[in-house]
Design a binder for this molecule. Structure first.
Ligand code: NOJ
Length: 526
């Protein structure tokens, strides 16, 4: 069971309003109590934070707002004591524009590191070398006055893309991997893992539809077929090389392969000598409709790539309860989906706050931070709402997140019932339901990664259900009761999102609206 820690919003130990490594250290017990095995920490490296740390200025250090390397070592040591493994976020596609490599690269065309980034002459009309667009709006090229060339950035101009055709870049990243492995990390979440290598000829991407001024950056990006800037054949070689390194440490390579096409993602994992696993993001893109949920979950198993990681929320998307309608209903929908997801043979990551059933916060414009919103007229892509601090307890100026009332993003309208402390004391809380769910999965080998394949069951229009060995997982996704037909009366409801199980005795049971269950085949023992 994985857990994503968005470090700046997790827990603040030094009272400056920013989450930090000491804060994480002090709260690791919460994750162990919850039943987590692997903690992925988002970037904590020195950074000017134009893209919240995904613009790294030094890959082998800790930004002072998060602590220092000793604080990181304490996190790893404490995690080990608690039986948790720590993964760090590796950002190899781009650096910060203030990384010394880029500062050197841009000094002159003959700089020793010129070829570490992607520099090109202008097109004949003086404009960018091709039509590639960046993710946060605008062209993927920025003109550099000093050396009279453009440089490539698939994200912000402050995030220049590294040139992975340059052998020195590959060598340097081998060292970076070893640096963190030697400090005891158990793996890497690899940022934009599908993009490192580009077609060196830099052809235009085919345009699929006209781009209009009212489009969000995401819509502009999706208006092109990304034939040449992502998913190039050579990228796998990078992971083959890294695999030989991490295997000797028994560590994991988890790719953020954001391709939304299982056949393409398979290439990164299936050969067994590249990535161990890759995220599938479809759960974060589906609407709340029974057919869509059924189809999306089925495609996870039908298109199993031999190692898939999934999440219902992340720091890049609106939180699941918000996406699914908000309010108590959105939260119950998110829990039902979590049950269905956790029963499948995937590596599931909770995003911090999923265990509390948190939805997004409305962050006012004057407190906004995310470039996806701040830098665009159309703010619909802003990710601030899902990135606000975790409410730990009802007391204090920042609900236990910080001793300061000035937090980097606001806590917003969180209620006492949203907090970890109140939910831990309430056996009927969302937190307890999630904890029991994680335990229920752990205790059933049929639901483990290497358990039997899921057999999808014929069920009513409202119910999604599958069987793995002696376990059935089912959810009523509608707002009215629905009947679940079990193969025989010998099945007992062992886990329910409503709290109470049901003994065996009937082959038809009624699931309440949005109730999800795990059922066991009861076998007689004497
Ligand atoms: C994916 C990260 O999750 C996101 O937060 C970031 O903006 C981009 N990659 C660029 O690094």
């Amino acid at each position: 069971m994985g857990y994503e820690v968005y470090i700046r919003s997790f827990a603040d130990a030094n009272g400056d309003g920013n989450g930090d490594l000491d804060g994480l250290h002090d709260r690791l017990e919460h994750l162990a109590w919850l039943g987590i095995d692997v903690v992925w920490i988002t970037p904590f490296y020195p950074s000017p934070r134009f893209d919240m740390g995904y613009d790294v200025a030094n890959y082998c250090d800790v930004d002072p707002i998060y602590g220092d390397l000793d604080a990181f070592d304490r996190v790893v040591a404490r995690a080990r004591e608690l039986g948790l493994r720590v993964m760090v976020d590796l950002v190899p596609n781009h650096t910060s524009h203030v990384h010394p490599w880029f500062e050197d690269s841009r000094t002159s065309r003959s700089s020793a590191r010129r070829n570490w980034y992607v520099w090109r002459d202008p097109a004949p009309d003086g404009g960018p070398p091709n039509n590639w667009v960046q993710h946060f709006g605008g062209p993927a090229w920025t003109w550099d006055e000093t050396t009279g060339q453009y440089y490539l950035h698939l994200f912000l101009p402050e995030q220049p893309d590294l040139n992975w055709d340059e052998p020195a870049v590959r060598d340097r990243f081998d060292e970076i991997l070893r640096f963190w492995l030697d400090r005891g990390v158990s793996g890497f979440r690899i940022d934009v893992a599908h993009s490192l290598v580009k077609d060196a000829r830099l052809p235009d991407n085919p345009q699929l539809r006209p781009v209009t001024p009212d489009m969000s950056p995401g819509e502009v990006h999706d208006s092109f077929e990304h034939l040449y800037d992502v998913d190039q054949p050579g990228v796998i070689e990078v992971y083959r090389r890294w695999r030989t390194i991490v295997d000797s440490y028994d560590a994991l390579l988890l790719g953020e392969v954001y391709l939304r096409d299982p056949a393409k993602v398979r290439r990164y994992v299936a050969s067994g000598d590249a990535l161990h696993t890759a995220f599938n993001f479809d759960l974060m893109h589906m609407p709340w409709e029974v057919d869509a949920v059924r189809r999306t979950l089925r495609s996870l198993t039908d298109n199993a790539v031999g190692g898939t990681a999934v999440a219902i929320s992340s720091h890049d998307r609106k939180r699941a309860p918000t996406r699914f309608g908000g309010g108590p209903e959105g939260t119950r929908r998110a829990l039902a989906l979590l049950v269905l997801t956790l029963g499948l043979p995937e590596l599931t990551f909770l995003y911090q706050g999923d265990e509390l059933g948190l939805g997004d916060i409305d962050v006012p414009d004057d407190l906004a931070d995310d470039p996806a919103g701040v830098r665009n007229e159309n703010k619909s892509d802003s990710r601030d709402g899902c990135r606000t601090p975790i409410p730990w307890s009802p007391e204090g100026p920042a609900m236990g997140f910080s001793t300061s009332e000035r937090t980097w993003l606001p806590l917003g309208e969180r209620k006492p019932d949203d907090t970890v402390a109140i939910q831990r004391d309430d056996p009927g809380s969302h937190l307890h339901r999630v904890r029991e769910l994680i335990a229920a999965r752990r205790h059933r080998t049929d639901l483990h990664l290497d358990g039997p394949a899921a057999q999808w069951m014929e069920a009513s229009d409202h119910i999604v259900a599958y069987r793995r060995g002696a376990t059935i997982v089912a959810a009523n996704l509608s707002d009215q009761p629905a009947e679940l037909h079990l193969p025989s009366p010998d099945w007992a409801v062992a886990y329910s999102t409503l709290g109470d199980g049901r003994p065996p005795g009937s082959a038809t049971i009624v699931l309440e609206d949005l109730e999800a269950v795990i059922c066991d085949l009861e076998t007689e023992t004497d």
